[in-house]
Design a binder for this molecule. Structure first.
Ligand code: NAD
Length: 285
């Protein structure tokens, strides 16, 4: 079993910041990396302190001491070689764009220790799409988190045919150590379990609203009332942030691209990008 001590998280956006904080909260040293000092500074000064507050109010047992200890285990970097120094595992959470992921893993492979494990948090790409660019396909796989990792604590773990079985098992173990419920997948499936279910639901909801069959709120009402689900699809859009579904739809077929254009024109271009912005399909101020 690999002895994982130091973790690198690439990307300090919605998911990267959560993965990094949850990992630090679980007792690991975590280096966080993003593209420049400004973005890294925003993560350090705003995103992570806000996450600490969220843990204090939402995570059972969290205290000022435990969240401060988590913050103290984080280091912030805009220099990749410095960030990757001495790491045992890297978790990539950069934008859902294959070219960006290719280049990030290509650069990371040059500076990370040869035995470090690389994971992607990609929601829609298969790990075998990215594996050739990692320089270490046997030590590469997907570990996919869900938004709000402290409560939606699944980690879907999906290797490629080239992933070393021992590395797969190490990542399953690591996921448990950071408080996740590991969901080991037997083979590659676009969308894993969660998004195989969720993406069609969100797409169908967008089709209904974009086609002006019903308002987002009414669509959410019917989903919650009729199925007993706690959240409607547009509440889920807001939690995810609209940019990620936009990127997914934009790379789909012509119908999907029309839905992407609808999301962009009516919401994203108006600054209504979701819960994190205070406005999305709903207002949160
Ligand atoms: P995001 O846009 O919120 O954050 C992306 C971060 O990556 C930003 O901080 C950006 O500055 C940074 N970045 C851009 N280029 C970079 C580079 N070259 N090197 C390092 N950092 C770079 O995105 P997100 O929603 O956190 O999604 C990140 C990944 O996680 C995607 O692959 C997405 O599919 C996946 N994911 C997202 C969710 C979700 O609910 N948002 C859930 C599960 C998985």
């Amino acid at each position: 079993m690999a002895d994982i001590k130091k973790v690198l998280v690439l990307g300090t956006g919605v998911l990267g910041s959560q993965i990094a904080f949850q990992t630090a909260y679980s007792g690991f040293d975590v280096a966080v990396y993003d593209i420049n000092d400004e973005v890294v500074g925003k993560a350090r000064d705003t995103t992570f302190p806000n996450l600490a507050k969220t843990y204090l109010s939402e995570v059972t047992g969290a205290t000022q001491e435990t969240v401060d200890a988590a913050l103290a285990r984080l280091t912030y970097h805009s220099d990749l070689a410095e960030a990757a120094d001495g790491i045992d595992i890297a978790v990539e959470a950069v934008p859902e764009v294959l070219k960006i992921k290719e280049s990030v893993f290509g650069e990371l492979n040059k500076v990370a220790p040869a035995d470090a494990i690389f994971c992607t948090n990609s929601s829609t790409l298969l790990p075998s799409d990215i594996a050739p660019f990692t320089g270490r396909p046997d030590r590469f796989l997907a570990m996919h988190f869900a938004n709000r990792v402290w409560s939606a604590n699944t980690a879907e773990i999906m290797g490629t045919p080239e992933t070393d079985k021992a590395v797969f098992d190490d990542v399953v173990e690591f996921a448990k150590q950071i408080g996740m419920v590991p969901i080991p997948m037997h083979k590659e499936k676009s969308g894993y379990v969660l998004n195989s279910l969720l993406v069609p639901l969100l797409g169908a909801a967008a089709e209904l609203a974009a086609g002006d069959y019903a308002d987002p709120k009414a669509i959410d009402d019917v989903w919650r009332i009729a199925t007993g689900a706690p959240l409607g699809p547009f509440q889920i859009y807001d939690i995810i942030g609209l940019d990620t579904p936009y990127n997914i739809m934009q790379s789909g077929d012509a119908d999907q691209q029309k839905l992407a254009a609808w999301l962009k024109e009516n919401y994203i271009d108006k600054g209504r990008t979701g819960l994190a912005a205070g406005h999305g399909f709903y207002d949160y101020t």
